[in-house]
Unconditional design. Structure first.
Length: 69
């Protein structure tokens, strides 16, 4: 059985933020975005969290639309 893994990435300055997760764990990933944005020691901010959350939502929306067809 193949495990489906999703991936979101953000390149910002000299950093690359990469998030891999399995479908159904989106809330955990959004929690990770929030934790990183709250941590002042990284370049990841709330705007970055919002952008990646939006991308995740768009992907879910596309998948739902594909199921309806």
């Amino acid at each position: 059985m193949k495990t489906d893994v999703r991936q979101l990435s953000l390149v910002k300055g000299g950093h690359r933020f990469l998030f891999r997760y399995q479908p159904g764990n989106e809330a955990d990933v959004i929690g990770a975005f929030a934790a990183l944005a709250s941590d002042g020691s990284t370049d990841f901010d709330w705007f970055d969290a919002a952008v990646l959350s939006y991308q995740m939502g768009r992907r879910l929306e596309t998948e739902i639309e594909e199921l309806r067809v």
